[in-house]
Design a binder for this molecule. Structure first.
Ligand code: ZN
Length: 240
């Protein structure tokens, strides 16, 4: 039924369309990922100003008609995250975080926890841009896996339930595996295992530190879990 929808939203992508319009990919708490068109936004006297840009958190009123795209009626800034934009690494991390949400939660299905997580990540990168690290990006992805119901099994062997000798990770099994079952996985050291457990249990700002090798192993564990169980491939967690 046509009508107006009030919602908070984060702008994931903003694309030029036609002479003066923009098409937005938005992430919202109760309508998941949704598309909207903002008309006349690129005219000098547009009432939207510059706030329909990626990483803005907005209060929006959207008109839902017959089209797949809703129409932006109004947009008020909650946070534009201005400091994040001054740091190349923080800006890159914000882009990867938005892209990960966009690929893993690409439907209108509501996931208010994912919206809150993305808000936290953008706010963290804005207040502490030095947090734009590989560890932060992986901690964010682990929390997305948890929200998607795909959190890896980390407490015991995902194949046989053995609690000792957990030496590998299997994307197909969905977690760590013991030395008896490791044929199905790749080597995952204690440090990587500890990082994943710690990151899942702590707020984003307190994600544990880990060495480069452990982070690469955790990264592979996350990627293989996503490929096997969600059929999703994300952009690399690190540039380059
Ligand atoms: Zn086992």
């Amino acid at each position: 039924m046509p009508g107006s929808v009030k919602t908070e939203a984060i702008v994931l992508r903003s694309m030029r369309y036609g002479e003066a319009d923009r098409i937005l990919h938005l992430y919202t708490p109760h309508r998941g990922r949704t598309g909207a068109i903002a008309k006349g936004v690129r005219r000098a006297r547009s009432r939207f100003g510059g706030r329909l840009e990626p990483y803005f958190r907005l209060h929006m009123v959207l008109y839902e008609g017959r089209s797949d795209l809703m129409t932006v009626t109004s947009a008020e800034t909650i946070s534009g995250h201005p400091r994040l934009r001054e740091h190349a690494a923080a800006l890159d991390s914000a882009a990867r975080a938005c892209d990960a949400v966009s690929r893993l939660f690409d439907t209108p299905e509501p996931h208010p926890g994912v919206f809150a997580l993305l808000c936290n990540e953008l706010a963290l990168l804005d207040v502490q841009p030095e947090q734009a690290t590989h560890a932060n990006q992986l901690a964010f992805r682990l929390k997305l896996l948890l929200a998607a119901g795909l959190a890896p099994h980390l407490a015991a062997c995902a194949v046989c339930g053995e609690a000792d000798g957990l030496s590998a990770f299997s994307g197909a099994a969905g977690g760590v595996v013991c030395s008896g079952c490791e044929a199905s996985g790749f080597a995952l050291g204690e440090e990587a295992h500890g990082f994943m457990t710690g990151a899942l249990g702590a707020p984003l700002a307190d994600a544990p530190a880990a060495g480069a090798l452990a982070l690469r192993q955790a990264d592979r564990a996350i990627s293989e879990t996503l490929e096997h169980h969600a059929n999703v491939r994300l952009r690399p967690a690190l540039p380059g």
